[in-house]
Design a protein around this ligand. Structure first.
Ligand SMILES: [Zn+2]
Length: 117
């Protein structure tokens, strides 16, 4: 148990099931075999501290309430693993809208795109 409310919000992105996606089977397969490393509480706190979110966790992109963790760098690109995995070093707090909008894009590509906000 933790006394920090935002830590209880932490849930690693769900591993993708091969049958659970409408995108290409190759993407799903690659996603399905990419490792997920669950952080310790101190790693989590360190990450939030680096992001300046020790007291108040917000979406890293728009500042709205954070509801989930976004893969800062995509796990899969052009149907190949990028080498980045599901671990705290590749996750930032995000709101659902930003996470959905960003999708699998590189953060800079997305930020410079016509995405709202
Ligand atoms: Zn956001």
């Amino acid at each position: 148990m933790t006394d920090l409310p935002h830590l209880s919000l932490f849930a690693m992105p769900k591993p993708v099931r091969i049958t659970g996606r409408s995108s290409s089977i190759t993407n799903s397969f690659v996603n399905g075999v990419i490792p997920v490393v669950v952080p310790t509480e101190s790693e989590l706190q360190e990450a939030l501290e680096i992001l300046g979110m020790r007291e108040h966790v917000t979406c890293s992109y728009c500042g709205d309430t954070s509801t989930e963790w976004d893969h800062f760098r995509p796990l899969v690109e052009k149907q190949r693993p990028t080498g980045y995995i599901s671990e705290i070093h590749n996750l930032v707090p995000a709101c659902g809208k930003c996470n959905q909008s960003k999708g699998n894009k590189h953060w800079l590509t997305w930020m410079r795109s016509t995405a709202r906000l």
